[in-house]
Design a protein around this ligand. Structure first.
Ligand SMILES: CC(C)(COP(=O)(O)OP(=O)(O)OC[C@H]1O[C@@H](n2cnc3c(N)ncnc32)[C@H](O)[C@@H]1OP(=O)(O)O)[C@@H](O)C(=O)NCCC(=O)NCCS
Length: 174
């Protein structure tokens, strides 16, 4: 487990005075890198991010902690689970703001993907996380395939049906 904790300073705020989503993404990428690098003993790159939902806003002055663990390893890839919590330092109130999964790949000196050590699963939670990562990986594949099929069956009737109840107006030129 790797943890990064950072105080949210005023320059991290967006126009609404809350912490900018990009600041959190950058911190998440850092902690994912640290966890993956530590597991593999190698330089790692971010390949994919599995949905980031910002569940609650983070305020300036809060202390944000990002906890990362390796949930799954393939050959060169590792899925890093990241939990973000934010603490109001004055009241001690803690909120869970988001959880996400970053896929990182370890690279060798020639910049090629390299094999990483297997993951030792020490308890039922480790097993559950590993299995969930497999399901998520398979779902991603299925989603990719079904999106390809949607594009294959693309026709104006289907588009018109789909858009009938949406808030858009088609003004096609030609
Ligand atoms: C990711 C990258 C290493 C893949 O290289 P490649 O030569 O295609 O290698 P492979 O096809 O063998 O893929 C390597 C691993 O990445 C995984 N991978 C590739 N694309 C993926 C994706 N979109 N989502 C999840 N995993 C992916 C593969 O499943 C494979 O995993 P495994 O070794 O555990 O089986 C290469 O595309 C790369 O360097 N991308 C840029 C990464 C980067 O710069 N990130 C920073 C973003 S600013």
């Amino acid at each position: 487990m790797v943890t990064i904790t950072e105080l949210m300073i005023p320059s991290y705020a967006n126009f609404g005075g809350k912490i900018h989503g990009g600041i959190l993404l950058s911190l998440m990428d850092k902690v994912a890198y640290a966890a993956a690098s530590k597991h593999s003993g190698a330089y790692c790159v971010t390949v994919s991010v599995d949905t980031v939902d910002f569940l609650q806003p983070i305020e300036v002055g809060e202390l944000v902690s990002l906890k990362a663990s390796i949930n799954y390893v393939g050959n060169s890839s590792m899925v890093v689970g990241i939990k973000v919590i934010s603490e109001n330092v004055k009241t001690g109130e803690i909120k869970h703001t988001n959880t996400s999964y970053f896929t990182m790949v370890a690279k060798d000196e020639k910049d090629k993907p390299m094999k990483v050590p297997p993951l030792i699963l020490e308890d039922k939670t480790d097993v559950r996380r590993f299995v969930e990562a497999i399901y998520r990986k398979n779902l991603k594949k299925e989603k990719k395939e079904s999106f390809k099929n949607i594009k294959k069956d693309w026709n104006q009737d289907k588009i018109n049906t789909l858009l009938a109840n949406e808030r858009c107006i088609q003004r096609l030129n030609g």
